[in-house]
Design a protein around this ligand. Structure first.
Ligand code: BG6
Length: 462
């Protein structure tokens, strides 16, 4: 693994939620696992002191990931804090001072996209942006136009190869494993197409609501929050062509080819739902029409996938928390043994969470004289969750300058293009009860390709 080259780590939004839940634990992990030893500068406008930030880091680790005494001690030595407004040039002068001798810093913008422009400009004008890498968090824009505008603003100050757009699903081991399994085994490629695949289902279910994120969520909804980014990235890994050549952009080029071939969604191919009780969550508008559940049917207009229906559904307050992909293969063209083979007898199951599973569903003969069988699943891989948290993986990659697992400009825009026609209230909104699989209308959407396959996992404690 190439060593970390960025010689300072600056994170904007240091007192915020993302830093609390993800960034401190990732930094501690990088110190522990990769010997990160560079100035770590938190920036925020909270009127805090460095000691307050250190206390926050401790609290964060106690709740997310646990404290590793040695790495935490090192983190406290490396930590600096700049309190200031992102619109004030003096803030960046002070960041530059804290950077000391660093010549290749990494700036992580864990802040709302509306502030990206001011920070990128502040960094550029103060010299903090020289030779620097810029990591930006989702949501990357609110729709296609705003994403293009954001790209335009960032490119004014930073070239594309130094911009790292985070989609934490790409940092997940099982999401990478989809690619690995496909391209490390030549047996899958000949059947990975319209001739053998009947349909594909992707379910991302969560058995909790929007928690304390009502205000954020009520401006986003399920399509923007997870379909435009996480789900389309999973789909891309599942359906893209194998990368060709040795160019370091080969993987993202192949992915771009796939994402650009997805037919933009239309109103008829979407069912939106909202769980009962959502409107009383703090921060949610009384008459909100934001969806907390969505099911879509989409097609990829390529020779490989023409005519193969792909179903994606995701929602809050569903019965379980799990993300799972089912690739369903076609049935035999005739019933050779006179038994009625169930419509679903062969498939591949790729579970992303809570455990990592890759399984192949096939029909095997029952012992005895009769030529009848039953369906079994062969587990190719089964392990509990991955060791390395996705944010640590991605932050490490960004510090190494490895761009592969980040969304490139054209990928992000292609993803917005897919969902753009269904943003807003273009389709009815149906209510559903918490603890159910969303509105009944989702069943009609999948029709004879259904029913939906509900991930079978023990429901974790709420
Ligand atoms: C985030 C969404 O990007 O992903 C959340 O904003 C969602 O609403 C989360 O809960 C799911 O991530 P994970 O890694 O827990 O599956």
């Amino acid at each position: 693994m190439p060593t970390l080259q960025s010689d300072a780590l600056v994170f904007f939004g240091a007192t915020g939620d993302l830093a609390y839940k993800q960034i401190f634990t990732s930094i501690q992990g990088l110190i522990r696992d990769e010997g990160l030893n560079v100035p770590i500068i938190g920036v925020a406008k909270s009127g805090w002191t460095l000691d307050q930030l250190k206390a926050r880091a401790k609290d964060s680790l106690e709740h997310h990931g646990g404290i590793d005494q040695n790495a935490f001690k090192k983190m406290l030595e490396l930590l600096r804090y700049v309190d200031g407004d992102y619109a004030d040039s003096d803030t960046f002068v002070r960041v530059r001072k804290e950077l000391g001798k660093a010549t290749q810093p990494l700036h992580y913008l864990a802040i709302p996209p509306s502030t990206f422009g001011a920070v990128a400009e502040g960094l550029a004008k103060s010299g903090c942006g020289d030779n620097a890498r810029l990591v930006v968090e989702k949501p990357f824009g609110h729709d296609l136009d705003s994403a293009c505008e954001l790209n335009r603003i960032l490119h004014h100050y930073f070239p594309e190869e130094r911009i790292f757009r985070i989609d934490h699903y790409l940092g997940k081991e099982p999401v990478q494993n989809i690619l690995y399994t496909r391209f490390a085994n030549p047996i899958f490629e000949p059947i990975w197409n319209r001739t053998f695949v009947r349909n594909i289902q992707i379910t991302m279910a969560e058995n909790f609501g929007v928690q304390d994120r009502g205000r954020f969520y009520d401006e986003a909804g399920a399509v923007r929050d997870v379909v435009q980014n996480h789900m389309l990235q999973v789909l891309a890994n599942l359906t893209m062509d194998p990368p060709t050549g040795e160019d370091h952009e080969a993987g993202r080029d192949a992915k771009a080819g796939l994402l650009k071939a997805i037919r933009p969604l239309s109103a008829e191919s979407v069912v939106r739902g909202q769980y009962n009780g959502y409107r009383s969550v703090p921060g949610v508008a009384a008459g909100s029409t934001i969806e907390t559940f969505v099911a879509v049917k989409l097609f990829i207009d390529s020779w490989r996938w023409a005519g193969v229906p792909i179903y994606i559904r995701t929602g809050k307050e569903l019965p379980v928390t799990a993300t799972e992909v089912i690739v369903e293969f076609r049935r035999p063209p005739r019933e050779t043994f006179g038994e009625i083979v169930p419509i679903r007898s062969s498939h591949m199951r790729l579970r992303v969470s809570p455990d990592i599973t890759i399984a192949l569903g096939v029909r095997v003969k029952l012992p005895g004289e009769r030529m009848v069988g039953n369906d079994v699943e062969l587990n190719l891989q089964r392990q509990s969750a991955a060791d390395e948290p996705p944010y640590q993986r991605l932050l490490g990659d960004a510090m190494r300058g490895t761009t592969e697992l980040f969304a490139r400009e054209d990928l992000v825009e292609a993803q917005w293009r897919v969902v753009q026609p269904i943003l807003g209230n273009v389709t009815p909104l149906y209510n559903y009860d918490t603890g159910t699989w969303g509105p009944q209308e989702a069943l009609q959407l999948i029709g004879s390709d259904g029913p939906w396959i509900d991930p079978q996992v023990p429901s974790p404690e709420k």
